[in-house]
Design a protein around this ligand. Structure first.
Ligand SMILES: Nc1ncnc2c1ncn2[C@@H]1O[C@H](COP(=O)(O)OP(=O)(O)OP(=O)(O)O)[C@@H](O)[C@H]1O
Ligand SMILES: [Mg+2]
Length: 222
């Protein structure tokens, strides 16, 4: 069986500014990798290329063995819907929708015809938000917005779950809970990629990496 995701010699520059250089790596089903690194080092850039939200300057990306560099934007969007789900660095919720509607919105398109409402409610209950189902984003705390964003990503049952600093802005107990939910997605066979400044969270991943000078280096945990 082919790897879930494979990067072959990926580089990314903005103009003359080289952000990522010659990155090779493989994400297998049911595993989690974590990426730490200093601010401005390129972690979000790396994650957005992984999520097919922007293109690499050079190199090859394969999803389940399929090369993606020749695909047009419509087919890339289809692949994103089929395989990928995100928890962004800034929880991008729709202000006019309630918490519950925000969780369900992408699933309405991607899991068409399925009744996802009960599953969405269950996820929000799991994250301690059953009393906030009908609140709008501006009526919720930062930590609550994060949990909604994570519930929205998990409802899509993605093969590849990408999270950008998912435990930022959370108190330690909640950060641990969010981390466990992310890592649990492995049990359904998902590949999980977590960008974090939290070294404790990185150590819980199957493969922790440091992004340094544009390159991914394995981190050896003590
Ligand atoms: N669209 C863009 N055009 C030009 N430069 C960009 C663009 N997006 C990001 N950069 C630059 O790329 C570098 C890496 O940014 P990125 O957001 O990937 O860093 P990061 O490691 O996620 O940082 P942080 O930990 O602060 O979130 C930064 O120097 C940033 O200014
Ligand atoms: Mg970032």
């Amino acid at each position: 069986m082919s790897n879930l995701l494979e990067w072959q010699s990926i580089s990314k520059s903005y103009g003359d500014d080289a952000i990522l250089s010659n990155i090779w790596f493989t994400l297998n089903r049911g595993t989690a990798i974590a990426i730490v690194g200093h601010s401005g080092g390129g972690k979000t850039t790396l994650l957005s290329i992984m999520g097919l939200l922007q293109t690499a300057t050079s190199g090859q990306i394969l999803i389940e063995g399929q090369e993606i560099d020749h695909l047009d934007s419509r087919r890339l969007a289809k692949l994103r819907g089929q395989y990928l789900s995100f928890v962004f660095q800034r929880a991008r919720l729709i202000n006019s929708l309630t918490a519950l509607e925000n969780v369900m919105a992408p699933a309405w398109f991607i899991r068409k015809g399925e009744n996802v409402e009960q599953q969405a409610k269950d996820l929000l209950e799991q994250f301690g938000l059953s009393h906030r189902l009908y609140y709008k984003p501006q009526e919720l705390s930062l930590g609550q917005l994060w949990r909604i964003s994570l519930a929205r990503a998990l409802l899509l049952k993605p093969s590849i779950l990408l999270a950008d600093e998912p435990t930022n802005d959370l108190d330690p107990a909640l950060a641990e809970e969010v981390a466990q939910c992310l890592l649990q997605a492995r049990q359904n066979g998902a590949g999980v990629v977590i960008v974090t400044h939290d070294v404790g969270l990185a150590a819980q991943a199957d493969q922790p990496f440091r992004l340094e000078a544009g390159t991914l280096l394995p981190v050896v945990c003590q």
